[in-house]
Design a protein around this ligand. Structure first.
Ligand SMILES: Cc1cc2nc3c(=O)[nH]c(=O)nc-3n(C[C@H](O)[C@H](O)[C@H](O)COP(=O)(O)OP(=O)(O)OC[C@H]3O[C@@H](n4cnc5c(N)ncnc54)[C@H](O)[C@@H]3O)c2cc1C
Length: 423
């Protein structure tokens, strides 16, 4: 292993992409680069295999820096180097045709994440990239012209190191945050990290469990210390423990970060996304004129899932049999408030085992966006989820892995070639 040109630590999406692009860059200049990946887990690509419900949402038809939380300029530059279109062309070249669904999410036409993983592994194999599993890297020491790497089975020295150890989401896949200890030891900082794209647990006395499995459009607003921090719309899914679904997962990072930091945070749900208090009040008054004898719950049940409508009416303190005409002004106002600003009593997030991504990590300003090279440690590259950048639901986090892997792989190979030429 000490003869290696480039060592990649972590065989997740980012590490596999980096190794492939490094090897392709070297091959393009008729060089055989000695590139290897060390993976701590016994098997490779666990997260790819379970991603997107086992279908792997590889990217999105439109990806911009606005789809991520993190330094926008940095992210924009990385995406400019390798964006969604490049991802589609790359996978096509790897033999994986992608299809775009109505939501804009791209999946392999096979609907199997295995197709994606197999293609990446096959490409590594074709390019002569060595892949070693059950090789957890415990320590990295800086040397004059490279690094001394200590793994579970031994130690060796290498010149260029690409760290792709991921974050802390779903630690049983091998991504347990150990990469951050390594970079800290090398002189980097790591911002506080939080589970993101994570379901939220509601207080047990709320009505969520009676709705388990029901989903509908919703607008979620997160208020931190009384100020609006995030507002977004999408599908909300009620579960036996609380809430999930795309809009909840996307909003979760704002609730989690504020709550963990000890701030006052409120999550409110508008059951009529985009509609104002006044417009819903107007609608209820209009309905009372048109069909005075219809029950409030029955009327709402034409616009919302019936069971939800019943529970909302109850939550607003209105008897189930109350008709639209019988609804007093104060109760109508209470109901409109419930419909447009339902307070969701979040107790906690569901934890790392259910989080799809990590918010926080190595600050992007400690990395050069043109190369993904560390600005603090010569010869070190940092990519993927271990960086302080997280995308929303929809294929953006894999896009970040492919993009940063592309930039780092090419840069590390080009640098190695320059070094060889100068020798
Ligand atoms: C359930 C689930 C579903 C998801 N679905 C999607 C989706 O459909 N689309 C999407 O865009 N994103 C999805 N994501 C997010 C996406 O999977 C991640 O953002 C992405 O895989 C991160 O890639 P990575 O290579 O940076 O890190 P990881 O995939 O976490 O890979 C890091 C690798 O490094 C290894 N490693 C860690 N420490 C060491 C060490 N010390 N020594 C050696 N090896 C080490 C780990 O074992 C792991 O294999 C999903 C995530 C989850 C949890």
């Amino acid at each position: 292993m000490s003869d290696l040109d480039i060592l990649v630590v972590g065989a997740g999406a980012a590490g596999l992409a980096a190794a492939i692009f490094a090897a392709e860059t070297a091959a393009a200049t008729h060089r055989t680069a000695r590139i290897a990946i060390l993976e701590g887990a016994a098997t490779v690509g666990a997260k790819i295999l379970i991603s997107g419900g086992g279908r792997c949402n590889v990217t999105h038809d439109s990806v911009s820096a606005d789809d991520f939380a993190g330094n926008r300029t940095f992210i924009r530059n990385v995406l400019a180097a390798f964006g969604a279109g490049d991802t589609v062309r790359w996978f096509t070249a790897l033999g994986v045709e992608l299809k775009c669904e109505e939501t804009g999410k791209l999946f392999p036409i096979s609907d199997r994440a295995r197709t994606v993983l197999d293609a990446l592994l096959q490409r590594c194999n074709d390019l002569g990239v060595g892949l070693y599993t059950s090789q957890r890297v415990d320590q990295v020491e800086r040397r004059d012209d490279g690094f001394r790497i200590a793994t579970t089975t031994g130690a060796f020295e290498i010149r260029r190191l690409i760290l792709a150890t991921g974050g802390r989401s779903l630690p049983r896949t091998g991504s347990d945050g150990s990469g951050w200890q390594i970079v800290r030891h090398l002189g980097h900082t790591v911002t506080p990290t939080y589970p993101a794209l994570v379901p939220l647990v509601l207080h047990s006395d709320f009505f969520h469990s009676a709705l388990s499995g029901v989903s509908h459009p919703a607008e979620l607003s997160t208020f931190v210390d009384g100020k609006l921090a995030d507002r977004r719309s999408g599908s909300l899914l009620w579960t036996h423990f609380g809430i999930s679904g795309p809009v909840v997962l996307d909003a979760s990072r704002y609730w989690v970060i504020a709550h963990t930091d000890g701030r006052q945070v409120d999550l409110q749900c508008n059951l009529f996304p985009g509609a104002s208090y006044e417009s819903i009040d107007e609608r209820l008054r209009g309905a009372a004129n048109e069909r005075p004898r219809q029950s409030v719950a029955r009327f709402l049940g034409t616009e919302l899932p019936e069971r939800l409508a019943e529970l909302l009416v109850q939550h607003a303190g209105i008897a189930a049999t109350t008709t639209l005409a019988q609804l007093p002004r104060a109760q109508r106002r209470q109901l409109v408030h419930t419909l447009t600003a339902l307070k969701l009593p979040v107790e906690r997030e569901r934890g790392w085992d259910y989080a799809e991504v990590t918010a926080g990590g190595v600050p992007l300003q400690e990395v050069d966006f043109r190369t993904m090279a560390s600005r603090r440690v010569d010869g070190l590259y940092l990519i993927g989820e271990m960086l302080d950048c997280d995308g929303r639901i929809g294929g953006f986090n894999f896009q970040w892995a492919w993009s940063t892997g592309y930039v780092a792989g090419r840069a590390a190979a080009a640098h190695t070639e320059r070094e060889e030429n100068n020798r």
